[in-house]
Design a protein around this ligand. Structure first.
Ligand SMILES: [Zn+2]
Length: 424
């Protein structure tokens, strides 16, 4: 998990002098008007662990010290935040970046009144199978860079548009060049050539496809939904993945009520994603199982509910009821679901704004869910937080407070991004 597969871009002529991740030089981010740490041990600063007039010292790519600007230690280099807000980099725990093609026409048809059914996934599968590695790699790099410019310093990447042994394995091999958190989603849909024999497809996913994919994957995921995989197939696939050492996540309850959320809880999934159509029993199941964690609240849902409002926005569908989950004590994460069909956005600030405006999350809850919540959904304690020992992944806003991320929607507020302590 400490392995960093997110390469930093090479230095170009004219670039400012940048500290090397491996150098022993130190960097002080100083004159921070409002610092979001998500790490308030004594309860001061609320769940965001806010500090005023703060500074952060970075050494060897990690946070070395956090405190008052007045008592900041000396450092080799200094970034003056100019009184602006500084946050942990966003953790986007749900993205489908390995694909080819474009479904803009499908989006236009949907906006003209056609419903979203998930069937368009097969369009992307055809384009992805036909694309050379170089094209897939170029798309992942372009979207990863786009996300990074918008403050995302950790991004999960799924396969799921190959749906053959070779195409799933190469999708994950390419994804692993860009992220530690890669997810095998061979069970995205049943591909057309297996349409009348889904049992055979599930057998292949659990057999040769998993064997080829597992070396490049940290997680396994299933689209458990009417028209995709039923609960028995989903359970079988996730159990095979667990036996191969992969962690579990589930696409659940997106298009209608169903068993996906409770299956995820039953299997100890790190996250159930979408959660748009939930019963009281689903909410109760999520709230019933908790784990200790190092954050300000100390305890969280063992299975995080990851909400993906970009999908509801882009399919003109009702949003998940974030308030109901939060009020029940369920831990909520926000992610983009970046994919060419149902949510072609890489912008975590956009998702924060949607969550506040459309899902009745407070700005603080939404910022927490897009940082610490995403980290919990990936079972990581080294990102989504700014405390000594964490990765020095942080963003400087062009704004005095995190509130502006929802208050000023659509505005490019990310002034500077540090990834592993390196200005991007
Ligand atoms: Zn998805």
């Amino acid at each position: 998990m400490s392995m960093d597969l997110w390469p930093t871009r090479p230095v170009r002529p004219g670039d400012p002098i940048r500290p090397s991740v491996r150098s022993s030089g130190s960097l002080l981010v100083d004159n921070i008007g409002e610092l979001v740490t998500n790490a308030s041990g004594d309860g001061a600063g609320g769940p965001l662990g806010l500090h005023r007039d703060a500074a952060v010292l970075v050494e060897d790519g990690l946070v070395a010290w956090v405190g008052s600007a007045r008592s900041a230690p000396a450092a080799d280099r200094r970034i003056d935040a100019g009184g602006a807000a500084v946050l942990p980099g966003f953790v986007d725990s749900h993205a489908h970046l390995v694909f080819a093609g474009d479904r803009a026409a499908e989006f236009a048809a949907r906006m003209a009144g056609q419903p979203y059914t998930g069937g368009g996934i097969r369009t992307t599968v055809g384009a992805t199978r036909a694309a050379p590695d170089s094209e897939l790699r170029g798309t992942v790099r372009r979207l990863r860079d786009e996300a990074l410019r918008q403050g995302t310093t950790t991004i999960e990447i799924k396969s799921g548009y190959g749906l053959t042994v070779a195409d799933e394995a190469r999708s994950l091999r390419i994804a692993a060049e860009f992220s530690d958190d890669t997810t095998f989603l061979g069970a995205h849909v049943v591909p057309a050539e297996y349409a009348d024999r889904p049992d055979d497809y599930v057998g292949m996913v659990c057999g040769p496809m998993l064997a080829a994919a597992a070396p490049y994957a940290r997680w396994i995921d299933v689209f458990c939904e009417r028209g995709a995989f039923d609960v028995d197939h989903a359970r079988a696939i996730l159990a095979c993945g667990q036996a191969a050492g992969l962690g579990v996540r589930v696409h659940a309850n997106q298009l209608g009520p169903g068993p996906g959320v409770q299956l995820g809880v039953e299997l100890g999934a790190a996250s159930v994603d979408h959660c748009t159509h939930l019963s009281d029993a689903d909410v109760d199941a999520l709230a019933a199982h908790t784990i200790d964690c190092m954050c300000a609240e100390g305890r969280h849902s063992r299975t995080v509910a990851t909400l993906l409002p970009g999908a509801e926005f882009s399919t003109r569908s009702p949003y998940p009821d974030a308030r109901r989950l939060l009020d029940a004590g369920v831990t909520v994460a926000l992610a983009t679901d970046c994919n060419p069909g149902s949510s072609y956005t890489s912008s975590m600030p956009f998702c924060i704004a949607l969550a506040v405006r459309e899902m009745r999350m407070t700005p603080a809850e939404a910022v927490w869910a897009a940082t610490a919540g995403g980290a919990l959904a990936l079972r990581r304690d080294d990102v989504g937080v700014l405390r000594p020992g964490a990765r020095a992944d942080l963003i400087v806003l062009d704004a005095p407070t995190h509130l502006h991320l929802a208050y000023r929607p659509g505005v490019p507020l990310i002034r500077q991004v540090l990834h592993n302590g390196v200005p991007q």
